[in-house]
Write a new protein. Sequence first.
Length: 391
Amino acid sequence: MTMGQLHNVKLGVDVLFERDLSELRGKRIGLLTNQTGANAKLVSTIRLFHNHPDLRLTALFAPEHGLLTNAKEGEKFTDTVHRSTGIPVFSLYGQTKKPTDAMMGQVDIVVFDIQDIGARYYTYIYTMAYMMEACARTGKRMIVLDRPNPIGGERVEGNFVDPDYTSFVGLYPIPNRHGMTVGELAVYFNEEYQIGCDLEVVSMEGWKRYSFQTENGLPWIPPSPNTTSLDMMLLYPGTCLVEGTNLSEGRGTTQPFEIIGAPFIDGEKLQDQVNALGLEGIHARALAFTPTYQKYNGQLCEGIQLHITDRKTFRPVETVTSVLSVIASMYAEELEFLEYGSLRHLMFDLLSGNDVLRQGLMKGDIHSYRQQCKRDTERFMELRERYLRYR
């Protein structure tokens, strides 16, 4: 199989429903999922479980963005009832992010079926980890139905999260781009951090580590409202860092996480400075945009769109930290790192895993951050090796 060719991947959910399900018969099953939980024919995992004569679905658990994946980032929601089945839906992004004993009392087994996008900040993998902890605490079993990493499983890039900077956008010390599937991460979390969950991963068939989402022969369901394309997902391990600044990351436009800008930026000057760096696999293009919500709502911004020219060689973390370094030098008086009153650290530091990158940007030298990325990436490649299920 060569790069760029389509190959047929069988999802964990389809593998599960082809096998003998007698081990699940009579068990109360909880499903941690959202709209991405569907088989290759786009039948929802909820419907597959609910309609199966031998299976008893008793609870649904919803992560950030909700069961319908329609809630905006950071928007809390409450427990509800699933309209077509009447099954209770427990919010894991409302009063609590961790399943309570009362919730766990509704189930004997929890099945996880959610599409991830391959970046450390994406909260679904931590909702999965919290559910694993709850299963370990209450003596319940957990089954993870594996899905592809849409931005590939070979490339790893970034730094670890320091212990004092752990948060729901970085619960474990994994790099910004981890290159693992949810199933691989589940076993990694369970063993490396001694969660002790009775865990089973239903592996995919036919997935290749080098493949991107467009090569897997599967229909694509966006896992969150601002997940728009493969290029957006490839950029996200870098451009998500922009959220912690007063720069717009493109929320409220049709190109979130592909553009970076602000009212105080001269797009053409920034384009020229960024392109002069000669970064691999990327070209910057000047543009103007007016966000419809969030930062600079209704205000004209200028900035750049990052166009990926080679998905194989493009390095999102190196690219975006280089762009931020240019912006910090051009607009030192205007660039700000945002404070949120309830957080003990700046959001930028939580996203970047410590304060090394921010301090480097303010001093005009991010060499220390780059060295940390190199060390941590090499270490992670060693640590993750025995957990990889696909080649």
